[in-house]
Unconditional design. Sequence first.
Lengths: 259, 307, 296
Amino acid sequence: MIPALELRSVGHRYGALPALDSVSFSVATGARHALIGPNGAGKSTLFAAIAGTLRVRTGSILLHGRDVTARSEAARCRMGLVRTFQHSSVFLQQSVLDNVVLAAQRSSGLALRPLPSARRFAEVRDDAAEQLDAVGLCGRASARAADLSHGERRQLEVAMVLACKPDVVLFDEPTAGMSPAETESFSNLIRALPPQLTVLVIEHDLDVVFALSSSVTVLHLGKVLAAGAPAQVQADPAVQAAYLGTGEQEELFMAEDLT
Amino acid sequence: MITLRRVAVVLVLAGLPLVLTSYQASTAGRLLAFAVLALSVDLLAGITGLPTLGQAAYFGVGAYAAALTGIHLSTNGPLQLVIAVAAGALSAAATGWVAVRTGGTVFLMLTLAIGELVQQVASRWSYVGGSNGLAGMPALQLGGHTVTLPGVIYWYLLVVFLVIYAVVRVLVSSPFGRTLRGIRDNEPRMRALGYRPAAAKYAAYAAAGGVAAAGGAMWVTEARFVSPSDLGFEVAALALLAVVIGGAGTLWGPCLGAAIVLLTRDYLPGITGGHGPLLLGALFVLTVYVLPRGLAGTVRRRAAVAS
Amino acid sequence: MTGWLDANFVTVLNGVSLGMVLFIVAVGFSLVFGMMGVLNLAHGALFLTGAYVGAEVLGAGTPSIGAFAVALALAAALGVGSGAVLAGMMRPLAARGHLDQALLTLGVALVVGEALTTAFGADVHSVGAPRGLDGSVSLLGHDYPVYRLAVIGVGVVLVFGVHATLVRTQLGAIVRASVADREMVRAAGIDVRLVHLGVFAFASVLACVGGLLAAPILGAEPGLDDQVLLLALVVVVVGGLGSVRGALAGALLIGQVQVLGVSLLPNYASYLLFGAMAFVLVLRPDGLVRTAAVTR
């Protein structure tokens, strides 16, 4: 089985500063994979590398077995790899529906179509409305994106991502800034995603990570520290030491948020 | 879409020659040509988010192409127009690929340079008359009839204007138009959604070049003379000012702005004793401070989200 | 090669002296654009103001060194004053973004240009080189005007001066950091407004004084502001934003292309400039701006 996403010895330096050092892991199709690690571990850099906004100097990134290391962000998206933004990046002045329509029309091949076609466009619009429905925003379709709450904007991001018809979805700290209620409904949203979709999440909220993910990779100082099933990683003493030093290790996986 | 307001506007515009003098009708014709130029600037600046100071170059290309066609090939108005549009789109395609990799003020800077360079080419090329310009364009012919009455020429130009306006409107409402507005509003997000902004911008740039050239053909149909000063920095600045005053992105606002700007430059000095560019500069400064969204933008401020 | 150089020696040197004039004008323009993201379209108008100072104070004959000093001081004062006024006018627009600021400078350029034409008329004003610098000197068998060599000299001094300031002083460090990452400098708590004002004023002084220094070479006439602005733009495109070395390399290149182009291929000079710009942009497909912070 070809993994949906595979990283082989990916490395990157910012000048003299090594941000990523020979990072390798793979994500199986349909997996819910989490990428965690203390601050400064290199998660953002790795995320940018996978998404394509950063070109890495060494190593390779494979999407469904195809080497995408040299491909642009837009090319990777067209190949099925879609990402969300940590600081919600939507089209603020446009309506919620129009936001999703923009995402959906590209995957329907209408991006450069200069003539309005009522029929094809109606299909795109219906598709967009469906995605909004799936994330629970159908009541807000005509609202301006700028008027949405933080949680709602995250939902919109998911709708836009789904409208791209992705195979692999990258979530960049999706629950950052969310209230417990919003986090809960967001987790349900992730749980409801189609099983054939591969999901990779960078998260700080370890509760979410261990509740949702089927496999975890821990990053520390730019290197892979541990990888495997959540329970395995939870129990790994090296991981606990990385997060807390050699102090109160039992406190690590309590109910409180770590941030 | 046929609305009462639009029908009313068209009727008023069509009725103008009946109440204006010959000279005023000629001026109205030029205003229509300039409005088309402003439309092309709005397509780039207001819709795609690429403010430009280079559209006058393609306006000039269209004017020269139409004049050359009129002098050497055919006096048929629509044919001149078609050739002009083709010339404008092609020259925009040839020069725009450099600029569309950039955005914001760098793009503004590049289009300014492109515009200036095209003007220099026009003033040194003897085939098109060099700095003396190109004169001797014969009168407009429509369907075999020579047209010399300013009122009839105006009606022809009005028809052309309405057709071009409709085409641009349709383009802006299409999926391509949405793509352009998406690029304007959040280009990084568009890339993350799989779009190739450079390709879309390039297409928009070529289209805008064609529109500007149509304006140029209209201008020279009226004036029957074109010179390098018709495609220089000042004209480009006027067109951008028209868009800013009228309201970027609204299409009709810049057309109105075009009328205001041209009348300010050409009529106001008659009343205030000269100094057209000074008044324009002051208008620019004033607009930037007082009307950041332009007239149409301010009118529309509370309107529902455009779809 | 040497034969060609010999025949075109004067032209090449003219290219260098024009290049130095362009450097004086463009380095400030580039720093302001790179550091503050502001496209100052009134830069050419400032240049022309300095040129008219030369026309008015020095006249077409051979002015004394004293008169030249007076003109210099006047141009510098005008530069500082205009720079401060322009910066003040742009302050309310700071929140609105760079396009509005660029449009404002465009409006100011139109007003100043027209005001100058009203005051001085549409004719070309010649300006004479000051006594002591008005002769020729023999170089490699050719007679060459001393004044142009002096301008080259001023350019060289400026290059070293700006470079030393950027590299050796704290102020220079702030400027370089701002060009690299404007947001970061602000986030670091450094009050950049004063630095911005200073750089802007410096750029304005350079533009105005540059116009004065160039007056014995280029004269003063309407339209010169647009020409100089265009050349400065091309220099900045070719040399890169916010880079002093780039401004120097670009200026020398463009100066040479412009002079040689006009002398050898007068009909194609414009194509050469455009070609130079296009060539550079092809080599640097990410554009001229190296950080995401500046393009908006």
